[in-house]
Write a protein that binds this ligand. Structure first.
Ligand SMILES: C[S@@+](CC[C@H](N)C(=O)[O-])C[C@H]1O[C@@H](n2cnc3c(N)ncnc32)[C@H](O)[C@@H]1O
Length: 319
């Protein structure tokens, strides 16, 4: 079935039993991805369970599944496919348009090529990582300009199946591959953080994998809950969790429960962490020193991630 042949049937939500079947298939696959990324690092079983459930719940969200059905990626009759094939089709996507280099430059308020050109004056290759890379359009544009002079990495919970010359990984910003430490000269993350389960954890991970003198552009935002909460609540082990926003925050006095409660509490923890780092301006993390600045942008009509944090690595932390 192709997009042009889509019928009314293709717009009908998948029944819960089918969604649960897909979630059952995904669970061990996603958990394995996270465990491989962690490498020798250890996190609590509850935390691993939450991240796996969040990933599963975003992959099984109806909009996401229906998009795959309409493009013919996911057929109506799932029993025709092997478990492995279903996972592949849910996690990899046909190409589609996302923000390109020109739009990333607007978000960054600078020409990212100038930054890369400068790096290439003193070395043969520049390493770029786009987190929440979507279709990888930004990286594809860089590939056209730099060819083998740029190593181009992207990571997201579902990535483009067509990515010649790019290293696109399935994964979460919250747990980047262990062996990426200190690797990237330029990291971008635009219009993605509002989906993250834990922005504080993701931000700190980005500063682990950035080179000591690298640059990070990070669009930070609130929560855009593009997940199936039925799946998330059932599988995250957060039933009974309760969070009440503290005085002085935008959620002061409001109470949230279960997985949404944990998600909001993660966001509040990130707000406090970010405010603390901004107040310091210059801070040390992972043995490196960073300078942090923040800027508001009104480029998009959406207000999901319109505060751009820019982090400049100042080198090793000894100074
Ligand atoms: C709206 S798209 C933006 C894509 C691209 N950055 C752009 O600006 O056009 C959001 C992206 O965030 C990714 N994403 C969602 N949750 C994520 C997570 N926890 N870690 C990394 N990427 C995530 C999605 O898969 C998607 O690629």
């Amino acid at each position: 079935m192709t997009a042009s042949a889509s019928s009314e049937e293709d717009f009908k939500p998948l029944p819960e039993s089918e969604v649960d079947h897909i979630a059952d298939l995904l669970e061990p696959v996603l958990q394995r991805h996270l465990t491989e990324s962690l490498g020798s690092r250890r996190i609590a079983a509850q935390e691993l369970g939450e991240l796996t459930a969040y990933w599963m719940a975003s992959a099984t969200e109806q909009f996401h599944l229906l998009h795959r059905r309409r493009t013919g990626t996911l057929p109506r009759n799932l029993t025709l496919l092997s478990a492995e094939e279903i996972c592949r089709r849910v996690l990899y996507q046909p190409d589609y348009a996302e923000r390109n280099l020109a739009l990333y430059n607007k978000k960054a308020d600078t020409h990212l090529e100038v930054l890369i050109d400068k790096l290439l004056l003193t070395r043969s290759v520049a390493r770029v990582l786009d987190i929440g890379c979507g279709s990888g359009q930004f990286l594809k544009d860089l590939r056209e300009i730099y060819g083998s002079r740029a190593e181009l990495f992207g990571i997201a919970p579902h990535v483009s199946a067509e990515a010649d010359g790019l290293d696109l990984r399935l994964g979460l910003a919250e747990v980047l591959p262990e062996d990426w430490s200190n690797r990237f000269d330029l990291i971008t993350c635009f219009d993605a953080s509002m989906y993250f389960w834990n922005q504080g954890q993701a931000f700190d991970e980005m500063l682990r994998v950035i080179a000591p003198t690298g640059t990070l552009f990070y669009g930070t935002g609130g929560i855009k809950d593009s997940v199936d909460f039925r799946v998330l609540d059932a599988r995250s082990g957060l039933s009974g969790f309760k969070f009440t926003g503290s005085v002085g925050t935008s959620v002061a006095g409001k109470t949230y429960t279960d997985s949404l409660g944990k998600w909001v509490s993660n966001l509040c923890a990130w707000d406090a962490h970010r405010a603390g780092l901004l107040a310091q301006g210059r801070f040390k993390l992972h043995g490196k020193t960073f300078q942090l600045t923040s800027r508001e942008t009104t480029l998009d009509s959406s207000t999901w991630s319109n505060e751009i944090l820019q982090v400049a690595g100042l080198g090793d932390a000894q100074q």
